[in-house]
Design a protein around this ligand. Structure first.
Ligand SMILES: CC(C)(COP(=O)(O)OP(=O)(O)OC[C@H]1O[C@@H](n2cnc3c(N)ncnc32)[C@H](O)[C@@H]1OP(=O)(O)O)[C@@H](O)C(=O)NCCC(=O)NCCS
Length: 210
């Protein structure tokens, strides 16, 4: 790592393939060779994160993407329904097959229904951290910390310093305890995912100091 060149810059469409692979390796059924279903899920997932986010930054080592962070200023109208229609049209060939349909159902449960349920009774938020991930090889070198700090700086600058994030036990959620966020809510969840049935605990973390 010491002699490698680490760079941080705004996300570019050309980063997508590498990021999809990192997502598939992290949350897919196999770490080294993601299955087609894992790749389809990660394609749909990153497309969704990009659709809802107002900020995205990529970390690169020697020119190759190794991490990404995305955040959302909730005051910015994202024309959700229009974007959803465009998203489905653009991803038509990906979602129009069994793994695509499964990916959409999993995405709906994990990214929309569960957070909505868990957010009930939480404080009002102005921002959201929508995605933070680094590649398995790049972890433990401060890259996640820097991406997170940049996203928080963006949210604070946008007046969205009261932000939340949704995560679960499939993720390295201890990172957010370490970052000083408050674990506001948690709930056990059981649902179907591409590779079977998953049982996990979901969390809302936020930046609101009581
Ligand atoms: C969580 C994740 C983004 C951390 O990225 P990273 O590049 O390894 O993080 P860093 O090297 O910058 O670590 C920063 C600090 O957080 C700590 N940390 C990192 N992962 C942690 C974890 N899972 N639990 C507790 N602390 C953690 C580090 O020890 C380090 O502490 P320090 O400041 O005392 O040195 C990365 O492990 C990852 O992508 N995991 C899979 C996806 C994920 O879980 N995303 C986030 C939750 S949805």
């Amino acid at each position: 790592m010491n002699s490698n060149i680490v760079e941080f810059r705004p996300y570019k469409p050309e980063d997508m393939e590498s990021i999809e692979r990192i997502i598939a390796r992290t949350w897919g059924s196999q770490e080294n060779e993601p299955t087609n279903a894992d790749i389809v899920y990660s394609k749909v997932y990153i497309a969704y994160c990009l659709m809802i986010s107002t900020y995205a930054e990529t970390a690169l080592i020697d020119g190759s993407p190794v991490g990404v962070v995305m955040a959302r200023d909730l005051s910015v109208r994202k024309h959700f329904v229009l974007k959803l229609v465009l998203f489905l049209l653009r991803n038509f060939w990906r979602v129009l097959r069994p793994s695509g349909i499964m990916a959409l159902i999993a995405l709906y449960r994990i990214e929309i229904a569960n957070p909505r349920e868990l957010l009930r009774g939480c404080p009002e938020y102005a921002g959201e951290l929508t995605l933070l991930i680094t590649s398995p090889e790049a972890r433990g070198h401060g890259i996640g910390k820097r991406l997170y700090a940049d996203a928080v700086r963006y949210l604070n600058g946008a007046g969205a310093g009261r932000f939340f994030l949704y995560t679960d036990t499939e993720c390295g959620y201890g990172f957010y305890d370490r970052a000083g966020l408050v674990r506001r809510k948690e709930q056990k969840m059981v649902y179907r995912i591409v590779s079977g049935v998953a049982e996990m605990t979901a969390f809302i973390y936020d930046s609101v100091k009581d």
